[in-house]
Design a protein around this ligand. Structure first.
Ligand code: FMN
Length: 199
């Protein structure tokens, strides 16, 4: 079982990184093979909306995203971790998501069976934190990420959110947060469906 962890914060050692690292360790404890993608190490140009992928399902922009498409498709489970930036995911994560338009074209325009109903089923899990305590702080990110997971044939298997987390390491003040992330990672491997919500 391959688990791809997408680290969507540019702040290394920050709150989402700590949570995702624990989730990956939990998955690895159950025998999964974890792969870590620190997006700030990659150059991912935003989608240019050129429709160059419409007929081929391949993006014409040649940059680090070329390496990432195969990782997305090889994964059985994708865990995306992003802090909330202006009520959404970070630009780092959004660039990757928008460039997945090539996979959207593959699935919905070209009707590639590997991304259709008979194709590989994946699971997707979202981890996020925000500094504020607003009721709707994660809603934008949830909508974006659900649509992204849909393109990958990934069921939205759960989410782990923490509010009131701002400075680097603030997540450590949330009792049990890292443990919850570890458990979520474990359960993603051995449970068909998991629903985690933490606020
Ligand atoms: C550009 C920017 C925009 C932000 N926008 C929001 C926001 O809309 N809502 C919120 O609750 N926190 C917002 N934050 C705070 C971050 O979500 C918070 O500091 C988080 O803990 C950072 O996670 P990290 O340590 O994984 O990078 C913003 C931070 C930055 C730098």
């Amino acid at each position: 079982m391959k688990v791809l962890g997408i680290f969507g914060s540019p702040r290394r050692g920050g709150n989402t990184e700590l949570l995702l690292e624990e989730a990956l360790k939990g998955a690895e404890k159950e025998g999964a093979k974890g792969e870590r993608l620190y997006l700030s190490d990659f150059t991912i140009t935003p989608c240019k909306e050129c429709h160059g992928c419409d007929n081929t399902g391949n993006c014409i922009i040649l940059d680090d995203m070329e390496k990432i498409y195969s990782k997305l498709l090889e994964a059985d489970i994708v865990i995306l971790a992003s802090p909330i930036f202006f009520y959404g995911v970070t630009a780092w994560a959004k660039a990757l998501i928008d460039r997945s338009q090539a996979l959207w074209a593959r699935k919905y325009l070209i009707k590639d069976p590997s991304l259709g109903k008979e194709g590989k089923k994946r699971k997707g899990f979202l981890i996020s934190v925000g500094a504020t305590k607003g009721q709707k702080v994660f809603e934008g990110a949830i909508l974006t990420v659900k649509y992204f997971f849909d393109v990958l044939n990934a069921e939205y298997a759960g989410e782990l959110f923490f509010r009131g987390v701002e400075a680097k390491g603030d997540i450590l003040k949330h009792p049990g947060a890292l443990q919850q992330a570890f458990e979520a990672g474990r359960r993603l491997i051995y449970e068909d469906r998991i629903k985690v919500r933490s606020h």
